[in-house]
Design a protein around this ligand. Sequence first.
Ligand code: PML
Ligand code: MG
Length: 259
Amino acid sequence: MQEEKYYSVRMRAAKNGPHEHGGKHISGGEMLSTYRDIKYAMNALLEKGLTHSRGNPDFMQVQFELIEEPIKLIQPLPIKTNKVASVEMGQALSWELLEKTGIPRKIIEKSYKYMTEYSNIRGAIVVDIQSGDRIDHRHEKGVRVSRMDWLNNNFEKWAAYYKMPNSPRVKEALVLAAKVSEHPASVAELCWSDDPEYITGYVASKKLGYQRITKLKEHGDEQGCRIFFVEGLKEWDSYIHYLEKQPVFVQWEGDKGES
Ligand code: PML
Ligand code: MG
């Protein structure tokens, strides 16, 4: 994998102008591709942005860039799907899980307000678990985790083994959560989609794995957000560099017959 050169392929789409001019975020996407497959990657991202249930974009940027750094291989997080009967039950479970990672209840309460307050930004927000403050100072942009992927072949074997949906959305969320949780300053992540048709979200952490929760919001609700909870983050620049620039492939070892 390391011998072949890889390219980071990215897309962002917005409506009513580009994001930086106040446009509404429609969709974003991240892939890693060989030179040969760049046109397929760009096409997949183009398709994703053009067919999103948040609306038809009138601005889109699809770009690729050679990756010079070695690509780090990481394992997928252990996965569990928690079926819940209502949004209330789903949210209560997400609180419980976040508490298990050591986040104080009052900080979780504050963060839940952020989930709606910052639902229109295109990246994630970073929250310190001691103060409960948003510490990324990235305003409307938030933090966009980039340069990551999971080769389809390996992901499909993983999905079949764990009886998980073989969907690009689930794959992308798993990749992002695995990358974020790998950093020692990351305590947990809370996410639900800004897609009005998608109500499953998750809490993820190194300790708890990727805990899917089948209802974290109501159908039709366009509000969604991602929070990365961190503790004792002293080196902001290196944390943000890891999230934005460190290239990562998720790779399941179980496909070699080990689990
Ligand atoms: C998104 O829409 O990108 C977020 C989806 C998070 C949940 C994915 C899943 O595990 O079903
Ligand atoms: Mg989305």
